[in-house]
Design a protein around this ligand. Structure first.
Ligand code: DOR
Ligand code: ZN
Length: 334
């Protein structure tokens, strides 16, 4: 099985020591990734974007990997600023205030008129808006409750490309066909697990993430559009590393670290569902079309050969640590 230029369109690479510890896990097998801006402080200026991109390039060394940069959304961005940013970013990421890791400076209240100047300018400049779509309601209902906000924004800004990040519900899946300008990323873990896997037996901190995994019928709806490579969905791992002691703690940090296993597990999953022919579109072509990007060529060859997932990668516990996968990376060439 070969994949050409796999793309991870939702990726947390962090900064400092963590960046250096985990960047290669993505850069060896992916051709590029959309880099999330939720650092401390968040990435909100041109200088910060440029400096962070340089730190990423430094951390990945000689690998051919494009960090597609994002800016942390603020409703105060004006058209002149956004226009000056266009060459440096691929998208802007909007977090509701306090909804997840390092999102305190996000948006509170989704008043269309307050957001209009910035979103109108993004629409005119053709800068996509990526949204972490959760309200602060009951944890299992947060994403479904956000659907009305997606609908309001999609209607008010019909030319703005809105990407519903890491969708976890059948409600969000239904929005894809209802609104021309709504798109979505889907993670690996939300294709595989439900809340039962997180908390149905002994608590599994390494599967705890935001949005929390939902019900079987939600996972089925996600699987359907991923396996058919619905043209409005693309792979975005939301691979979100935290140190082992921050996960195995009272007050577990949210995030699943999947970067080193993503392509192997996706291949096994698509094979199981007789959908291998659609994997290329799900992990690359759809994203190229949606974002209008042309990634660095990179051929990743996967072979059906057991691969036992290490217990940790530089102190970060990956999904399926210690378990044996049926596919391995055989080689990567450009
Ligand atoms: O589980 C998550 N972890 N969800 C997010 O939205 C953020 C991420 C992180 O940065 O750790
Ligand atoms: Zn994320």
């Amino acid at each position: 099985m070969q994949l050409n230029a796999p793309l991870d369109m939702h990726l947390h690479l962090r900064d400092g020591e963590m960046l250096h510890n985990i960047a290669h896990a993505s850069a060896t097998t992916f051709s590029g990734g959309l880099i999330m801006p939720n650092l401390v402080p968040p990435i909100q200026t041109k200088e910060a974007v440029i400096a962070y991109k340089n730190r990423i390039l430094d951390a990945i060394g000689n690998e051919d990997f494009t960090p597609y940069m994002t800016l942390f959304f603020l409703p105060t961005y004006d058209k002149a600023f956004l226009s000056s940013m266009k060459a440096y970013i691929t998208a802007i990421k909007l977090y509701p205030a306090g909804i997840t890791t390092n999102s305190e400076g996000g948006v509170s209240g989704f008043d269309v008129e307050t957001l209009r100047p910035t979103l109108e300018a993004m629409s005119q400049l053709d800068i996509p808006l990526c949204i972490h779509g959760e309200t602060n309601g009951f944890v299992m209902d947060r994403e479904a409750e956000f659907a009305t906000i997606y609908e309001r924004l999609a209607t008010a800004f019909p030319k703005l490309k809105i990407i519903m990040e890491h969708i976890t519900t059948k409600t969000s899946v239904a929005l894809l066909d209802a609104y021309d300008n709504l798109y979505a990323t889907i993670t690996l873990h939300h294709l595989l697990i439900t809340l039962d896997d997180v908390a149905g037996g002994m608590l599994q901190p390494h599967l705890f993430c935001k949005p929390i995994a939902k019900r079987p019928e939600d996972r089925e709806a996600l699987l359907k559009v991923a396996l058919e490579a619905h043209p409005k969905v693309m792979f975005g791992s939301d691979s979100a590393p935290h140190p082992k002691d921050a996960k195995e703690a009272c007050g577990c940090a949210a995030g699943v670290f999947t970067a080193p296993i993503a392509l192997q597990v996706l291949t096994a999953l698509f094979e199981k569902h007789h959908a291998l022919n659609n994997l290329q579109a799900f992990v690359s072509t759809n994203a190229q079309n949606i974002y209008g990007i042309t990634p660095i060529p990179k051929i990743v060859t996967l072979e059906k050969k057991n691969f036992t997932v290490p217990q940790t990668y530089n102190g970060v516990v990956p999904m399926y640590a210690g378990e044996t996968l049926s596919y391995s990376i055989q080689g990567v060439s450009s």
